[in-house]
Design a binder for this molecule. Structure first.
Ligand code: PMP
Length: 363
């Protein structure tokens, strides 16, 4: 029999894949728009395809266990030592490693309300308590997080920009938090969307690593680098801490394809910059179109917007029938909201047209 605390974990609700929706509703896959999983609508750097083609003849060999090239490229790009870098199969893998290394029954992880669902799943998977701390006006309440810390707290997850709200913690406030959080708590800063933040507002998580030892920074290649399908991310942190996490990793968890693709993607800074700029432009345009329609949304620093729509899951279902896949967020207790990723202009237009049609039909 499966362990009851494992059975109690809420299943992760991924965005529906295009082919899946095409099959169910009898639609042609090419006509479907998926703006549900905060993926990069520009694809990935063309340098990635070149690197993957070159790799094709070597897939009979195991990947580099230590991810030497990727680790060194990440160290150089971030101005840290290679020993402060741990590549992994997406930040999702890092979240699980943290849970297994730092949590157990009797220990607790502090999790801000309305934050990435994998945090609570990871805490529950090892029988630890996940302590939700209420948000304030949908934003993270840093003082309340500090107040929630007890002797039993060993991990605190914090994402900025946060998924699914898109909210950003002011960099100076986050700096103060890094210094104020008791040292016995491992602070996990989830930087999944950090590259989308305009440079003047970006939190310097590498500088924070120099001030706090019990800090882990998680990054991913799934978002701005457009490699979600390859599963690669990394942690930055203290070498001893990363050594602990490394012991728990599935051997060779970062595939050879993921390693070469990530190295190529990291080198193409122009692609990432273009992705950031086009995302900001399209996010502003979608915001304007929503305002015109009297639809409220939260200010977002990420590559998605959280819309106040009434019945979120029902609207998502109606849109899906028209070939537009968006993300209901009822699993976060946000039944009246819908998360929409920033797509290409044509994808935004398809979304808006489908939305207008649903609203017209309701009238
Ligand atoms: N953190 C946050 C805040 C996310 O939104 C996501 C992806 N939805 C992840 C981590 C996981 O990303 P990945 O495992 O693809 O690196």
């Amino acid at each position: 029999t499966a362990l009851p605390h494992v059975r109690a974990i809420p299943p992760y609700p991924p965005g529906r894949p295009i082919d899946d929706v095409a099959r169910e509703f009898g639609l042609a896959p090419a006509t479907i728009v998926k703006i549900a999983s905060n993926e990069n609508p520009l694809g990935c750097s063309p340098k990635v395809s070149q690197a993957l083609t070159a790799l094709a003849s070597g897939v009979n060999l195991y990947p580099d266990f230590d991810c030497y090239e990727l680790t060194h490229a990440l160290a150089a790009a971030n101005g840290v030592e290679p020993a402060q870098v741990l590549p992994a199969a997406g930040s999702s893998e890092i979240i699980q490693l943290v849970a297994r290394a730092f949590l157990e029954p009797g220990r607790a992880a502090i999790i801000p309300q309305y934050s990435f669902q994998a945090y609570i799943g990871a805490a529950m998977s090892v029988g630890a308590q996940g302590l939700f701390v209420p948000a304030q006006d949908f934003a993270v309440d840093l003082d309340a997080l500090l107040d929630a810390v007890t002797e039993r707290t060993t991990v605190l997850f914090l994402a900025s920009p946060n998924n699914p709200t898109g909210t950003l913690i002011a960099p100076d406030a986050l700096d103060r938090f890094v210094d104020a959080l008791p040292e016995h708590v491992l602070l996990v800063i989830d930087d999944a969307y950090c590259e989308y933040v305009e440079p003047a507002l970006r939190f310097d998580s590498v500088a924070a690593l120099r001030r706090r030892r019990n800090l882990l920074v998680m990054r991913t290649f799934s978002k701005i680098h457009g490699l979600a399908g390859l599963r690669v991310g990394y942690a930055l942190g203290d070498p001893d801490l990363l050594g602990v996490l490394r012991r728990l990793q599935v051997p060779f968890s970062v595939s050879a394809a993921a390693q070469v693709a990530a190295v190529a993607a990291l080198a193409d800074t122009a692609f990432a910059e273009r992705s950031r700029i086009e995302n900001a432009q399209e996010r502003a345009r979608l915001a304007l179109e929503l305002t015109r329609r009297d639809i409220a949304f939260l200010p977002s620093a990420g590559n998605f917007l959280l819309l106040h729509v009434g019945a979120g899951a029902e609207l998502a279902d109606r849109l899906m029938r028209q070939g537009v896949i968006v993300r209901p967020v009822d699993g976060y207790g946000l039944q009246e909201w819908l998360r929409v990723s920033i797509g290409l202009p044509a994808e935004t237009d398809r979304f808006l047209a489908a939305l207008d049609e649903v609203h017209a039909a309701a009238r």
